[in-house]
Design a protein around this ligand. Structure first.
Ligand code: MLC
Ligand code: AMP
Length: 494
């Protein structure tokens, strides 16, 4: 593993700062090797066994993640915000045989581990571990499964190999000029590529320091910045929106201090959702930085990015990254002429291996000649790509999270008071899109609050609709399909 090899070159440098403590690369190497030995138990190689882990961001998260990899396992990070049914889905779908939980999440997962016959390791209760020799890993082995929503009802597990991860990481390290003098603040959730690859893995590959802030708070982020060590930051547009709003609420003197600190940063990146031009411009006032906007996806890592050294064009996602082949095609998979819109298709070493246990979906996701079909529509203007939208109205991006309207509809239809429904994303400056639901009710006394809390027990809070409308009929086209664009005007957008 290149990450581990690189760490051996940086043993005395600080790898991680979490909960006020610093950990060197040597400590990370030792702790992850011990954890790998614990996972191995009486075997010599996990041989791609799936290890689901629910661990708060921090040193423990990384030692577990590296431990799984070093033992030859497949890392399956569980979202900390998921209610039990969503956790159960991931554990069952991956067929995880081992579950790792920190003290906070152990009570939630213990009954599930028992029911499924999984070995449960609770951090802090690991006991004495006898260090073992660790397996040699070939790059083609599976390394990670991340769940992503798509145009099917249920999220799919995206499998990446070690070779995929190394290609994703090394590409970004080179183009964004990471070095061991970098220090990044990690505020993103660690079950998605943005936090895992772009933040943690790129930093640790480079001998840089990752500082963890387990819960998002604008004030907490600025307090961390003000200590003057952090010089790299990456976030979704919603986070920049929230930071701007907080900065604007501060007195002049404090604003100026923050602006002065931020002006010394080396790099600030935005991605995972479209960056509104207004946010980009305001952030320039706050920080003096033109945000570097880039485009990525769980299946491909990062594909397109504005340049590090050259012009960062407002409203554009940039140019193909080195080693990533990008083309825009029409509905017949024929490349479109310059200036015309087309679907973004991607090829290269960064592109994932497969959807876990879904060979048909994997096959459908690629063209016959091996291009991955992103479903995103873009146009090229003067060599820069500009996103126009997605080919499916059923994919919603809210707060940087990808959400399937179909998944929410499916669950809503199981509510006894709902006879039919339709879920749409409505534009919103802060969240990108807001999830909104139109309901046909059999019992009109049921309130939106009741429906929301019922949904919260069944799916992550970020998927729960923020606005509801009740109707007697859903508009449909001649094929009987609900015409969702007709529903959007029912909602207030902001
Ligand atoms: C939360 N709230 C929302 C909401 N999520 N309101 C509308 N829409 C949403 N999506 C509301 C809650 O109800 C609550 O309201 C308040 O916001 C605070 O809730 P929270 O859960 O505490 O949210 P917060 O911690 O503030 O989270 C906001 C966030 C988070 C932006 C920090 O959403 C986040 O971490 N997003 C990043 C997701 C990410 O990493 N995506 C990358 C995917 S990878 P009230 O009224 O109760 O206070 C990918 C590939 C690539 O996309 O290119 O990178
Ligand atoms: P996910 O499946 O969560 O990895 O989300 C990937 C999707 O996020 C992409 O298919 C895009 O639709 C969207 N996305 C990522 N980066 C950007 C960006 N810079 N601008 C617009 N959309 C983006």
């Amino acid at each position: 593993m290149q990450l581990v090899h690189n760490a051996t070159q940086n043993v005395d440098l600080t790898a991680i700062v979490s909960e006020g403590k610093s950990y060197t690369y040597q400590q990370l190497l030792d702790a992850s090797s011990t954890f790998a030995s614990l996972l191995l138990n009486d075997t010599t190689d996990l041989n791609e066994a799936r290890v689901a882990f629910m661990v708060a961001p921090g040193f423990d998260y990384v030692r577990v993640q590296w431990g799984i990899w070093r033992a030859g396992g497949v890392a399956v990070p569980l979202a900390l915000s998921y209610p039990l049914p969503s956790l159960r889905y991931v554990i069952e779908d991956t067929g995880a045989q081992l579950i790792v939980a920190d003290q906070t999440f152990a009570p939630l997962l213990a009954p599930l581990a028992e029911e499924k016959g999984c070995r449960l390791i609770v951090l802090g209760e690991e006991g004495t571990v006898i260090t073992k020799s660790l397996p040699e890993l070939t790059p083609s082995r599976r390394a990670m499964i991340l769940y992503t929503s798509g145009t099917t009802n249920l999220p799919k597990g995206v499998v990446t190999t070690h070779a995929n991860l190394e290609a994703q990481i090394s590409t970004l390290v080179n183009v964004w000029q990471w070095s061991s003098s970098d220090h990044i603040l990690c505020v993103l959730p660690l079950h998605h590529v943005h936090g895992i690859i772009n933040v943690i893995c790129c930093a640790l590959w480079s001998g840089a320091t990752v500082e963890f802030m387990p819960h998002f708070s604008a004030e907490g982020i600025f307090n961390n910045f003000q200590r003057g060590q952090i010089n790299v930051f990456m976030a979704v547009p919603t986070i920049y929106f929230k930071l701007i709003a907080y900065w604007e609420s501060l007195p002049d003197e404090q604003r100026q201090q923050i602006t002065e600190t931020l002006s010394k940063f080396r790099l600030m990146v935005s991605g995972s959702a479209a960056l509104p031009v207004s946010v980009m411009e305001k952030w320039k006032t706050v920080s003096g930085h033109t945000l570097l906007e880039r485009y990525g996806m769980t299946e491909i890592g990062m594909g397109i990015s504005n340049p590090y050294d050259d012009e960062r064009r407002v409203g554009y996602i940039g140019k193909p990254l080195p080693g990533v082949s990008v083309r825009l095609v029409d509905e017949n998979n024929v490349e479109v002429a310059d200036g015309l819109p087309g679907e973004i298709q991607i090829k290269g070493a960064t592109v994932f291996l497969e959807y876990w246990n879904r060979s048909e979906a994997t096959q459908k996701a690629f063209t016959d000649d091996g291009w991955f079909q992103t479903g995103d529509i873009a146009v090229v203007e003067d060599g820069y790509y500009r996103m126009l939208g997605r080919d499916s109205i059923d994919i919603i991006k809210s707060g940087g999270y990808k959400i399937s309207a179909l998944e929410i509809e499916e669950v809503l239809r199981t509510h006894s008071a709902i006879s039919d429904c339709s879920v749409v994303g409505i534009p919103n400056e802060e969240w990108g899109e807001l999830v909104a639901a139109v309901l046909i009710l059999t019992d009109k006394t049921v309130s939106p609050e009741q429906i929301s809390s019922w949904l919260r027990e069944r799916m992550p809070a970020y998927k729960v609709p923020r606005q509801y409308r009740v109707t007697d009929d859903l508009p449909r086209n001649a094929m009987g399909k609900v015409t969702k664009n007709d529903l959007k005007p029912l909602f207030v957008t902001a």
